[in-house]
Ligand binder design. Structure first.
Ligand code: SAH
Length: 675
């Protein structure tokens, strides 16, 4: 590993004495040797810790429950690791009734019904051990019940601030260019969030090696981008508030349609039809007195129906041109990033990655993405703590994060990053992560504009999903919005250190219970449902997905038909609009008061389960009721209040002596010291 260039002024120090208070300091390690990952296997195909000699001098009952004794070189004392639950302890574990890891890896037959789902790792095997639980809208103590097929290391190189700054600069330029093209060619603003959706849609079919910018997609024209631009032509229609607005919108549409058909290369037939309909509308507007809101809306629907096919035909080539131009620019930018990255690797004496060797189809506990290449030297990134937030600065380029979320990242890093025990690379890596997400979201400020692609279920719903349905994993998340420490996310490279298992479509899950709240992007949702159905079909072990989809989208996306006919669909409920809340997509920068947002859409909750999954985590009346109850508006705020009042978090095991952290990072973060 290369040396970190020290910055004497601002340095990150993880929690002091962490090993005394954390329940699981000796983490599962997946070592990278000779640039190839070795996942040490137990006989059951479960990764075991490395770096310590295994000693089997434990009572047979403990051995049978999965406990092994290891020697911690760092601490110079023994510790105990449970290969079944992933728990680690300094003290000898207490003997408890437990399931057999070989015949029943998920503990399915141990205690039937929801009660067994409430069992927490520390309840199972813990003597009174001090445990550091970070309070917040997450529960990072839930262990995974997900088993996957082992996979090769990622093809991506470690993120690096210099490369990330360059990449994000180009991505922002691309976004800007998209806006300008929409404006200059079609006289509209780029449809809101459509660039973000384009990025996600492209990644469904991208075979390139660039983690962020689309670089190798076929077809080159994105249907999602095309559809969204077309939808706003000739003007973006919104639901008017008052009758006057409805009238105004009708005449604006007519004007814009006329202007478009006159100024563009339309066929004479199209020109004739559009002009005639526009003229007809104007006449109607002139002669009709006292028309109602509905009259104007009906008239608009009629006009649109008549004109839209002709307008679409007229601007088709031009809109396709925008999609192509943006895609080609993205390919060009990706090449530039790759070149710069190659130079940086060469300067660091790191050989480029060869394609990963094929890997056996072993079943393993789901573990975070691993890099197959060494990490380059990191430059200095300043860490500037403020009251409730922290600023990270690389060469004048600043990113911001709430202190609680920074602490959350630290916890995730401790659980999932195996190459930086001293946290020397933590701050540069957090900078890269925040830079990536702020560029992805197109947010330079902390304004509370809605950001639909990142909004998450409230913590109370996750708690319930875990308790009632054994959920331990989010199929769609980020290190910033995840509730569990194991999840899939869009960016395998920046997110890997913080527990990401990579993009969902690449996860080969065999068993376990999943929550699946995909961002609103039709193509991605479609691909995700196909993926889920394939996984369910291929596994006879308990597998369950609880899907959360936006209701009332017009026209109804084809995925709904697929879901209606799905062999694996066990139940569906709809939570009505305005009767439930989401957490804001920018939760890591907003203040508490802005976090809970009433949903303007209904949400469909759909249970997709194979037979064993249904038997284990089926949507019984009682469980579904509990879920709906947990989603009542205000539940998360109640939970926050309770958490503040109670000395121990109400979630999690109460059998352990819990030290709760209430977002005062100043205790743990060393403030800048002047040399
Ligand atoms: N984890 C929260 C929030 C989900 S928001 C919840 O489950 O309620 C959807 C998340 O999916 C966003 O953070 C987005 O960045 C992420 N995402 C986008 N594409 C993805 C992909 N291909 N695989 C996994 N996550 C993805």
């Amino acid at each position: 590993m290369n040396e970190l260039k020290e910055n004497p002024d601002r340095k990150w120090e993880p929690f002091p004495n962490q090993n005394q208070t954390m329940l699981s300091p000796p983490r599962m390690a997946i070592s990278i040797e000779n640039q190839r990952i070795t996942v040490p296997q137990t006989p059951q195909g479960i990764p075991a810790p490395s770096g310590a000699m295994q000693e089997h001098d434990l009572p047979p009952e403990l051995l049978q429950q999965g406990w092994r004794k290891f020697w911690s070189k760092r601490e110079n004392r023994p510790y105990f690791w449970n290969k079944v639950t992933g728990e680690s302890l300094w003290e000898t574990p207490a003997l408890k009734n437990q399931f057999d890891p070989i015949t029943d890896p998920l503990g399915i037959s141990a205690t039937p019904g929801p009660v067994s789902l409430k069992r927490r790792a520390s309840e199972d095997c813990g003597p009174a051990v001090k445990k550091f639980v970070l309070s917040g809208p997450w529960d990072l103590e839930v262990n995974t019940n997900i088993i996957i097929f082992e996979r090769p290391h990622t093809i991506y190189t470690h993120p690096h601030p210099e490369i990330e700054a360059f990449r994000c600069g180009l991505a922002s330029k691309l976004r800007q260019c998209y806006q300008e093209l929409c404006h200059s060619r079609e006289s509209i603003d780029a449809p809101k969030d459509s660039f973000n959706r384009w990025l996600m849609e492209r990644k469904v079919i991208d075979y390139g090696s660039e983690p962020f910018l689309p670089s190798s997609c076929y077809p080159e024209i994105s249907m999602s981008m095309y559809r969204e631009i077309m939808n706003d032509i000739p003007i973006k229609l919104v639901r008017p508030k008052y009758t006057g607005d409805a009238r105004k919108q009708l005449s604006r549409y007519a004007e814009a349609a006329k202007k478009m058909i006159e100024s563009r290369n339309a066929t004479s037939e199209s020109r004739k039809v559009v002009k005639w309909n526009v003229e007809d509308t104007f006449q109607w507007l002139r002669k009709t007195v006292g028309a109602t809101y509905d009259d104007f809306q009906d008239r608009l629907t009629h006009l649109k129906k008549q004109c839209q096919p002709h307008l679409t035909e007229t601007v088709k080539k031009s809109v396709e041109g925008i999609c192509l131009k943006i895609y080609h620019l993205s390919v060009e930018y990706s090449k530039k990033v790759k070149e710069k990255n190659s130079i940086m690797l060469r300067e660091n004496g790191i050989a480029e990655l060869t394609p990963p060797a094929p890997i056996s189809m072993r079943k393993v506990w789901c573990y975070p993405i691993q890099f197959g290449i060494s990490c380059p030297r990191y430059p200095v990134v300043d860490y500037i703590p403020e009251r409730d937030q922290a600023i990270l600065r690389y060469q004048g380029d600043t990113v911001i994060i709430n202190s609680t979320h920074l602490l959350k990242l630290e916890h995730l890093y401790r659980y999932s990053c195996f190459d930086d025990k001293k946290f020397e690379f933590f701050i540069p890596r957090v900078w890269c992560l925040l830079k990536r997400y702020s560029t992805f979201l197109g947010t330079t400020s902390t304004s509370a504009e809605s950001n639909d692609t990142q909004s998450s279920l409230p913590a109370t719903v996750f708690e319930c999903l875990n308790r009632m349905f054994g959920v331990s994993f989010e199929c769609f998340a980020s290190p910033l919005n995840c509730y569990f420490k194991q999840y899939c996310s869009a960016f395998a490279d920046t997110d890997a250190y913080f527990g990401s298992r990579g993009p969902f479509l690449e996860l080969k899950a065999v068993s376990g219970s999943f929550e699946c709240n995909p961002p609103y992007c039709e193509e991605l949702i479609d691909a995700a449902v196909k993926h889920i159905e394939r996984l369910l079909a291929d596994s006879s072990e308990p597998l369950s997905f609880i899907l959360f989809l936006r209701e009332g989208v017009e026209p109804l996306p084809p995925v709904h038909l697929k879901l209606d006919n799905s062999h694996y669909k066990r139940r569906q409920v709809v939570v009505p609009a305005m009767e439930h809340e989401y957490r804001h997509g920018l939760q890591h920068v907003l203040s508490k008061s802005e976090l809970n947002v009433r949903s303007p859409y209904g949400t469909m909750v759909i249970w997709l389960q194979n037979a064993a999954g249904y038997q284990r985590w089926g949507p019984t009346e009682e469980r579904v009721e509990a879920l709906l109850d947990a989603w009542r508006p205000g539940r998360e705020r109640e939970r926050d209040r309770q958490e503040l009042l109670s000395p121990t978090p109400h979630r999690g095991s109460q059998t352990t002596d819990v030290v709760t952290e209430q977002s005062s990072p100043s205790k743990h973060i060393t403030p800048p010291i002047n040399p």
